[in-house]
Ligand binder design. Structure first.
Ligand SMILES: [Mn+2]
Length: 426
């Protein structure tokens, strides 16, 4: 199921009249506010979000899993699914692989498949949160922080293997997320856990190629419910600093306790030049894997406001690696990802509309009311015509979700793959 230029042209023919009305109106309004519409369109078109290989099948909870049918059961099929998203949106130009769920058999064939779909390989993700078949040591009591040196060695070697796989694909970064922690008070010594984790991360870091980055992801709880070794941004930041200049903190939106001020975390890390990667999702309670922007769209906008500020004012911080990190239990994963991509771009576009000069002046006068007005005026602008215009100019469709349905893509995938295919690793 590959979407070609004719599909796109036909789809856009049907929506172009309505779109043109909406876009003309909005760009006229923005012109009057002295906004550079073309510059915003270029930024939107350039923004690329990686899709992780684990987001394409039906996820599940420990209570059950409900297939959406036509799921990708091979890495090739996962790449094709991301290709569908990218063809429609021109925003999903990268795939992020999870090892060992998606180890390529034939590297040339996999690279060729990605190329045909217009994709590059983003960060590679290691997995030391579950035991692999025939593994010598178990991660039941931790991986990089395990008390058993041989288990730590195995986890370090796995991360080095993941780097080697990534190198063959053209990836430039490794994401490490540790499930290590304790389920019960008194189970582990916090200090020795942290020392082991730091030393293990340094061992992995020492094998990192010069042009690579290492992202250290944090999460407060789950699967361990009493303590987690890398529980928050401060711990990640400290470990990244201990490793060296190629190590960075990775912020995953779902990896915070409710009401955490994530925009402030983003701002602090960018000031210090240590924000490396960003995982999008949304949540009500914890790491809920909800569609981006479905629960707290205003919080997402506030986060993007800091990201935009950092991208413009913090040359000490590198370009960020953007990825959606979610797993879908009842929706068609591709539809969910299309909604997430739209929400990300929407928050970005709104943040680009914030008049930073005007905001700074209002802040300096302590005009609290005006500060809020500036933020909310940008947020309340319906920017969807800008997104559609940026997509159409890049060769995508005006309305991705509508086209996904009218092109009957899921039906095509079910015909190709059947009703019983299951995505690997889930
Ligand atoms: Mn994540």
């Amino acid at each position: 199921m590959r979407i070609n230029k004719q599909h796109i042209a036909d789809e856009n023919k049907n929506s172009s009249e309505n779109h043109k009305d909406g876009f003309d109106f909005l760009s006229h309004q923005l012109d009057k506010q002295d906004k550079d519409v073309n510059a915003i369109l270029r930024k939107l078109a350039d923004f690329q979000v990686a899709i992780p290989s684990w987001a394409l099948g039906a996820g599940g909870t420990r209570f059950g899993r409900f297939s959406y049918f036509g799921e990708p059961s091979t890495l090739e099929q996962k790449i094709d699914d991301v290709g569908v998203l990218h063809a429609l949106t021109k925003t999903a130009g990268a795939i992020s692989l999870h090892i060992p769920w998606d180890i390529p058999q034939d590297y040339d064939a996999i690279k060729e498949r990605a190329k045909i779909n217009g994709l590059v390989f983003d960060a590679v993700n290691s997995n030391t949160f579950q035991d692999q078949k025939d593994a010598k040591e178990s991660y039941r009591f931790g991986s990089l922080s395990n008390l058993n040196a041989s288990a730590r060695e195995q986890a370090i070697q796995h991360n080095i293997d993941v780097i080697n796989i990534g190198e063959k694909l053209g990836s430039k970064s490794l994401t490490v997320w540790l499930a290590d922690g304790a389920n019960f008070a008194g189970q582990r010594n916090f200090q020795s856990s942290l020392i082991h984790a730091e030393n293990s991360l340094k061992s992995i870091y020492s094998e990192l190629p010069d042009d690579w980055k290492m992202f250290i992801e944090y999460k407060p709880y789950e699967p361990n419910f009493y303590s987690t070794v890398i529980q928050d941004w401060g711990t990640s930041f400290m470990l990244a600093n201990a490793c060296g200049e190629k190590a960075y903190t990775l912020v995953d939106l779902g990896h915070h306790l409710p009401n955490t001020n994530i925009e402030q975390i983003v701002s602090t890390l960018m000031l210090k030049g240590k924000l490396g990667g960003f995982h999008f999702n949304d949540s009500k309670y914890g790491d809920d894997d909800s569609t981006v922007g479905s629960v707290k769209p205003y919080a997402l906008f506030l986060i993007f406001n800091e990201l935009v500020y950092g991208m413009e004012n913090n040359p000490q911080n590198p370009d960020l690696a953007w990825m959606i990190d979610a797993s879908h239990n009842i929706k068609d994963p591709l539809e969910d990802l299309l909604q997430s991509l739209e929400a990300i771009l929407e928050a970005y576009a709104k943040a680009l509309l914030v008049d930073q000069e005007e905001l700074k002046a209002a802040q300096e006068r302590n005009d609290v009311t005006l500060c809020q007005e500036i933020m909310q005026n940008a947020y309340r602008t319906d920017v969807r015509p800008l997104l559609a215009q940026a997509r159409a100019l890049s060769g995508g469709v005006i309305n991705p979700l509508k086209s996904y349905r009218s092109l009957r893509i899921r039906e095509g995938l079910i015909k190709e793959r059947g009703m019983n295919s299951v995505a690997t690793g889930l």
